[in-house]
Design a protein around this ligand. Structure first.
Ligand code: SAH
Length: 223
């Protein structure tokens, strides 16, 4: 497929995101810039700009474009200003990371527990000219105390409850976007840390891979 075909498909994807209710122009512009087809395996390339989650190695998935846009929009509210320092848990193939970079977030830290995906994400991001995000191979449940606090957090795997270290590492005035629940039922949440405490907003139903404990020690495609 040639570059023009991808451009056309990508602009159709952005039109669909607008029809689905995504309004944030900065997010839409980022989604129109990041070449999603370069973050997935060749065999799925034909579906790169469909609104589908697609398989990654190690039984993980790249989220569907709508969810990436929706989470980015919740994280980057024009009303309260965009976050400057963001922690992402679950780098996967690096697509969401690329969208955050393209939005213009200055400091991005992204943790992935599977070494193979951590390496793939680095290759994908560099291949597409994204060098700003710091990629960490580790367990996101612990957060990243050295660089805390973060004024934005985005978690792309579902824990059963909000991990306490992440709440502690969120700056006052900061916001966290994450799916919460188990494999039967999950909802997207926005958690805002205010002077008075945490404000939780439960949004739509979602379907993410589970957030798992610990760094994976296995480095195979079929873990
Ligand atoms: N945002 C990713 C989505 C990847 S799917 C993308 O755009 O491709 C969720 C990812 O979270 C998986 O790669 C999985 O390995 C990772 N993950 C699950 N539990 C984790 C944890 N405790 N710490 C870090 N990453 C985790």
């Amino acid at each position: 497929m040639n570059t023009d075909t991808y451009l056309i498909r990508r602009s159709r994807m952005v039109e669909r995101l607008k029809s689905a209710g995504i309004r944030n122009e900065t997010v839409l512009r980022a989604m129109s810039r990041v070449p999603r087809h370069l973050f997935i395996e060749d065999i799925f390339e034909n579906h790169a700009y469909d609104d589908l989650s697609l398989p990654l190695p190690n039984r993980q998935t790249i989220s569907q474009p709508y969810i990436v846009a929706r989470m980015s929009e919740l994280l980057c509210s024009p009303a309260i200003g965009f976050p400057q320092k963001v922690l992402e848990i679950g780098t996967g193939c690096g697509y969401q990371t690329a969208v955050l970079e393209s939005i213009g977030i200055g400091e991005i830290y992204s943790i992935e527990r599977i070494k193979q995906l951590h390496d793939i994400a680095r290759e994908n991001l560099h291949n597409c000219g994204f060098y700003r995000a710091r990629l960490i191979y580790g367990d996101g449940y612990a957060g990243l105390i050295t660089f805390a606090p973060f004024d934005g957090m985005i978690i792309t795997a579902a824990p059963p409850q909000v991990p306490v270290p992440l709440l502690q590492q969120l700056a006052t005035g900061g916001r966290m976007v994450l799916p919460l629940g188990d494999e039967r039922q999950q909802f997207l949440y926005l958690i805002e840390k205010t002077e008075q405490g945490y404000r939780e907003t439960c949004l739509e139903r979602v379907n993410f891979v589970p957030m798992l404990d610990g760094k994976s020690q296995v480095n195979s495609r079929n873990q």
